[in-house]
Design a protein around this ligand. Sequence first.
Ligand SMILES: *Cc1c(COP(=O)(O)O)cnc(C)c1O
Length: 439
Amino acid sequence: MSDSIDYSFDRQHLWHPYSNLEQPAQVFGVVSGDACLLTLADGRQLIDGTSSWWSCVHGYSHPQIVAAMQSQLQQLSHVMFGGLTHEPAIRLGKQLLAMTSPQLTKIFYSDSGSVAVEVAMKMAMQYWHGRGHSHKQQMLTLKHGYHGDTFAAMSVCDPDNGMHNLFNHALSPQCFGPAPRTPFTQALTPEDISALETLFAKNHHQLAACIIEPIMQGAGAMFFYSPEYLKLLRRLCSQYDVLLILDEIATGFGRTGKLFAYQHADIEADILCLGKALTGGHISLAATLCSDEIARGISQSSTSVFMHGPTFMANPLACAAASASLAILETGDWQQQVANIEQQLQQQLAQAAHFSAVKEVRVLGAVGVIEMHSAVNTSLLQPRFVELGVWVRPFGHFIYIMPPYTISSAQLTQLTQAMTTVAQELSRQALPADTPCNG
Ligand SMILES: *Cc1c(COP(=O)(O)O)cnc(C)c1O
């Protein structure tokens, strides 16, 4: 590559997500992002199919968000939240309460999704302390789940594919249920029902909360499950005195076709985690919302205060970005955009289901997934996608996209063509060597 990026420094000194610094995988220098296009250091432009890990929902450098951040930057980019408050935090808080369910009234701001999950788990545990049930400290969660990379979050990630083997001794033992099997459009299977009922009946005495990703199991499965499953979970949580923590970090703000995925099931959370798309992907911010009841329980615990307070809590610059991003969502345009993306993904990805290496094609809202029979090699496929002019980053068994909602129909076509091209190429290689093939 002929550009001005010091790749050699990067290779020697900079960790990338889940990377090996002894054998660093190829990285691409990027210099700017505008709407749905990323410009690489060598001048190539790529159509973005990732929304930068599902966050940049209105596209890069959105003028309204950039303007809000610039104006906030000139006034106050950061100040401590202990003993001080500010308009960006208050404005954003009002917007969040107006768009989520009415029983959620209290907001805790933090820096990242994993921390929002830590905070949610702490809230649930401290709540039961306050209510005089200190034995209720365990979490119920589901296999194939993903809730972040910090220690408490890791403890509720999938125990087989996650990081449990490596960190086993440092992780709190949690209660795992089987992954939901009933697909989004189907009626709940008896297996899914009885698995949940048994789990609650057996374990409810020690359970503080049930934590799950509503409707879409993201990083661990890329699977959309039945809203009836969520309804049943909500019913069992209420029946057995277990709090329900919904991790909407991946699904929140329109991704699955509803503003929040729990709205597919018409249920309410006791505690709600938000992150990723909260600032339209322009800067890191997360939030954990809870009900009056949770806040009251926490106030009755031995410390009487909630025991968490990050240095950069409610960072004004991030709050201003989030506020601007939510204002764009408030226009409602996302609904038509996501519906159009869903329809186009369904039409254009369907053919991939017939390729030999493909197990299943799934679409919900602005998420399109081609699940392969075997795990893909990200460092081989990544450059191929760049060659095809798109930024798509497959992982595990999944070639998937979650494009910005503002993507044009022509750009989306280019993304789906690249996905089906690569899935087909993998299918041809999967054929036995002596089978004639016409490619
Ligand atoms: C990405 C993600 C997280 C972790 O968020 P970070 O900002 O990466 O810490 C937690 N839960 C879900 C469902 C996620 O998709």
